[in-house]
Write a protein that binds this ligand. Structure first.
Ligand code: 13P
Length: 264
């Protein structure tokens, strides 16, 4: 188990990485880690996340109120807290403004191409959450349609948010999102994008299950059998317990279960 100092140090190290990778400018971005049901650590507001020291990290409760620390918690702490409320499997949240992924969010283009096995295994697709004023409840609310099926989100005209069972995982998801955005952009510039076919995506979903990759995944968005009982990629999701967000999904899920029971 990590000591408090090690947790604070790790937050500083990841802050330094996101700054050095150009995922944040100036004082942008924020990071949090859950250590208990009512105990979290987060980055302070208004400082460069590239130059933090462990003494700057704030301890907060589940409502985002400061318990310990010289500085004040991130202005976006409500967004982090909403994730923890909605996703008990999440122990860390990273918010950054990686330039290429953020450009997709500015152009209202989700990352929805099935082009790279690694991106498919890690995040699948990355949706765009409605624009909201930073620091208000508008941003946590904008996550709600997607929070049960995704570990990565683009925030319209703002940046990206990633979550994970560990801080390293949440950071790697952010890294993967920016790489996915970069390859999507370059491939679009070259022209003639060829996506990985649905039959292959089923195998990747199976691999994800075998590798026991934690977190939520939206499945294959372009599956020929999506929302029908034949949808293999959906069946293979480790996150099959995720709540369907649309009534159409719910009907499809019930139909699938009834059909499966009848075929036994
Ligand atoms: P904080 O410094 O308050 O965490 O805000 C940075 C940011 O990126 C807001 O979106």
């Amino acid at each position: 188990m990590q000591s408090v100092y090690e947790i604070k140090k790790e937050i500083c190290d990841i802050g330094s990485r996101i700054y050095q990778k150009g995922f944040v400018a100036a004082n942008d971005g924020n990071i949090s880690v859950k250590v208990g049901p009512n105990e979290f650590y987060c980055t302070p507001t208004g400082v460069s996340k590239g130059y933090m020291t462990p003494d700057m990290i704030i301890k907060i409760d589940a409502n985002g109120n400061k318990i310990e620390g010289k500085l004040n918690p991130s202005s976006e702490i409500k967004m982090h807290m909403r994730v923890y409320q909605e996703r008990p499997d999440v122990n860390s949240v990273v918010h950054a403004h990686p330039p290429i992924a953020t450009a997709f969010a500015v152009c209202n283009k989700p990352l929805d191409l099935h082009i790279l096995p690694e991106a498919i295994l890690t995040v699948g697709t990355v949706p765009i959450c409605d624009y909201g004023t930073p620091s208000t409840m508008e941003i946590p609310d904008s996550l709600m349609p997607y929070i049960q099926k995704h570990d990565a989100f683009l925030l319209k005209n703002h940046g990206a948010l990633t979550v994970g069972n560990t801080l390293t995982k949440a950071f790697f998801v952010m890294d993967e999102v920016e790489y996915f955005a970069k390859i999507s952009m370059l491939a679009a510039q070259i022209g003639g994008i060829e996506e990985i076919p649905c039959s292959e995506l089923v195998k990747l979903m199976d691999l994800r299950k075998k590798m026991q990759i934690p977190g939520m995944h939206p499945g294959c968005q372009k599956c020929d059998f999506r929302n029908t009982p034949k949808c293999m990629c959906k069946d293979n999701l480790p996150a099959a317990k995720a709540c369907p967000t649309a009534s159409e999904d719910l009907v499809a899920e019930i139909t699938r279960k009834v059909m499966a029971a009848m075929c036994k």
